[in-house]
Every structure is written in C-alpha cells, then in structure tokens.
Design a binder for this molecule. Structure first.
Ligand code: SF4
Length: 68
C-alpha cells in the first residue's frame, strides 16, 4: 500500500484545499493500491509503526474522504 502517497493526498485535501487534485491523484492509484484492501488485512503496519499511528484506520478514513 502506498501509505506515504495516500497520507500526502489527504494532506492536499485537508490542509491545502486542493480537493480536486487530491481526488484525481487518488483515482490514478492502481486497484492493487486501493485502501479497501486494508479491510481484509490483519494490519501488521500497526505494530510496525514506531509512533503508534493507526495506519489502517487512517487509510480507510482517507479513502472515504478522497473517493466520496
Ligand atoms: S492494513 Fe496496513 S499492512 Fe494491511 S494493506 Fe493496509 S496499510 Fe498495508
């Protein structure tokens, strides 16, 4: 999952007001990089993050924000 890209697109959307650009960038992600895949994943990313960022939950939230 391109976690850094999706977090960056969310930043464009939420912090820079670049909603159209953020949504277009999200649409260009391949199907393999769709955050909905996180729904069926055990989320090893959560244990790997040294800052305890809930990556799975954030990606799913960002997916909704960037695709609706
Ligand atoms: S839950 Fe985490 S490890 Fe699983 S696909 Fe999503 S980002 Fe990758």
């Amino acid at each position: 999952m391109p976690v850094d890209d999706i977090f960056r697109y969310a930043m464009y959307f939420e912090n820079y007001g670049r909603r159209h650009d953020a949504r277009n960038a999200t649409r260009r992600l391949s199907a393999d990089h769709n955050a909905l895949r996180c729904l069926s994943c055990a989320a090893p990313c959560a244990a790997a993050c040294p800052f305890d960022i809930p990556i799975r939950d954030k990606l799913l939230h960002f997916h909704t924000m960037l695709t609706t």
